[in-house]
Write a protein that binds this ligand. Structure first.
Ligand SMILES: [Fe+2]
Length: 203
């Protein structure tokens, strides 16, 4: 007999707690590239437990929204916030930061292109507010990391939906005022969580 939704929920909560505890032992020492790489391996190991993360438990939007986000963990102070992102096949977000929160995003289903940027210092040559630093495609059992100053543009690939795990140093509310970037116009625009659509508490 396959497990019930309640059985999956409690099994998932145990696995999430264990993974976040492992990640905290690394990331409490600071968001260096080395620590993010170590923590990434723990999040990938969690994402590989496919029976815990499905569109059945984390449904896609029923309207034309880009995504549904499900909070599955945060510490009492709002740190180590882990979301399941069920993204529609047309999901696209222009370059944006996450305040000063580091991030790790691991794939369960679907492929997501992350174009990575940093803010351009005024004295650096070139035009526009950003400098492109690279590109990572997050597929099942793979992940991308962002340091606190990281900026990414994301889009779903292959005309397929996404189910990914998003871990942030702190939850979206604590990320506060963030910035998004219009590369065509060279403009920076502050924004807040309330433009990101609904988040379900699925803890
Ligand atoms: Fe993001």
């Amino acid at each position: 007999m396959s497990p019930t939704a309640a059985e999956r929920h409690s099994k998932r909560n145990r696995a999430v707690t264990e993974a976040v505890n492992d990640i905290r032992t690394v990331m409490d020492a600071g968001p260096s590239l080395e620590n993010l790489e170590k923590a990434k391996a723990y999040l990938i190991a969690l994402a590989m437990q496919k029976d815990l993360f499905s569109f059945e438990d984390f449904p896609l939007p029923e309207d034309d929204a880009m995504e549904c986000s499900y909070l599955i963990h945060e510490c009492e102070d709002g740190t180590y916030a882990l979301y399941v992102n069920s993204g529609a096949s047309h999901q696209y977000y222009a370059p944006h930061d996450h305040g000063d929160a580091w991030a790790i995003i691991a794939g369960v289903e679907g492929r997501e292109r992350h174009q990575l940027y940093l803010r351009r210092n005024p004295h650096e040559p070139g035009d526009g507010p950003l400098i492109k630093k690279g590109e990572v495609i997050v597929a099942a059992d793979e992940a991308v990391t962002m340091q606190p100053n990281g900026i990414h543009q994301v889009n779903a690939m292959d005309g397929m939906p996404l189910l990914h795990l998003h871990l942030y140093a702190k939850n979206f509310i604590l990320q506060g005022e963030r910035c998004k970037y219009d590369l065509d116009k060279g403009e920076v625009e502050p924004f807040h969580l309330d433009e990101l659509g609904s988040i379900t508490d699925a803890r």
